[in-house]
Design a binder for this molecule. Structure first.
Ligand code: UDP
Length: 246
């Protein structure tokens, strides 16, 4: 396990900044021996990861676990006295695209509906002129056609793969298929980020993010997220209990 990996209750988070995280991605690309996985670590995973052996294995073996939300930043401070800043996966995808353009590494974008995927790819190439999108696919490929998709990713020669199937679907996809990727050196699970890039789902305005209230904004916009967010107080309670017994 990496020395800068912090244990947070049932899961882990890496003590990285945006800068050190992108340095890691650079090193993964240089090493290039296998697909390195990048996942977001957040309070919801504290409950989903231990409940599912496949998810647990992928998560534990991930090469980079981003402090995706304020919950993990708070937890790292509380349990380890480590001051982290958020590195949201939905923003880190842009850092990776910038690096991909600078080093001319091809990118494959897999996930979301056909319209969202196409629009997100368009937006990415507009924002990062010169970025090479080597291939793309929507996220609704039936399992009978999965061999064809793996083949397409390998033939595209993409070295970076964004998997945007939501969690835990994308982690399970990586568990099952990452071993068959012959050229990919970096895979990031980006959840619903293509929807925000395409503009079909709005990210919280800056001010909400600055006050660490992005979670509240998303809850107000999508009340059905209460199912997931109701675990947040449980996480906070467990955190306090762990802190008190430290
Ligand atoms: N999705 C997909 N294939 C599926 C199911 C979902 O590509 O079989 C996509 C869906 O279109 C959306 C994303 O996965 O773009 C789900 O995002 P969600 O917000 O649920 O994920 P989170 O960011 O919360 O992990």
């Amino acid at each position: 396990m990496m020395p800068d990996r912090l244990k947070i209750l049932n899961i882990w988070v890496d003590a990285v900044t945006r800068e050190t995280a992108i340095e890691k991605v650079r090193s993964f690309l240089l090493r290039g021996d296998r697909p390195h996985t990048i996942l977001a670590s957040n309070p919801e995973k504290n409950f989903s990861v231990p409940a599912d052996p496949v998810l647990y294995r992928v998560f534990e073996r991930a090469d980079l676990l981003l402090p995706d939300g304020i919950g993990m930043v708070f937890a790292a401070r509380c349990l380890h006295g480590v001051r982290l800043k958020r590195v949201p996966g939905s923003e880190f995808i842009f850092d990776i695209c910038r690096l991909a353009r600078a080093e001319d590494r091809g990118v494959f974008v897999y996930g979301a509906t056909e319209a969202v995927n196409a629009a997100a790819c368009r937006k990415l190439t507009q924002r990062f002129a010169g970025l090479r999108i080597a291939g793309r696919s929507n996220g609704y490929v039936p399992s009978s056609e999965m061999d064809g998709l793996i083949d397409a990713i390998n033939r595209s020669q993409a070295e970076i793969l964004f998997v945007a199937l939501g969690s835990p679907r994308q982690e399970k996809w990586l568990a099952e298929h990452a071993g068959r990727l012959t050229r990919v050196k970096v895979c990031q699970g980006v959840g619903g980020t293509l929807d925000t890039i395409a503009g079909t789902v709005k990210r919280a305005p800056r001010i909400w993010c600055d006050y660490n209230l992005e979670w509240l904004y998303r809850l107000l916009k999508e009340p059905k997220r209460i199912q997931r967010q109701k675990l947040l107080p449980v996480f906070a309670f467990k955190l306090l209990a762990a802190w008190a017994s430290n």
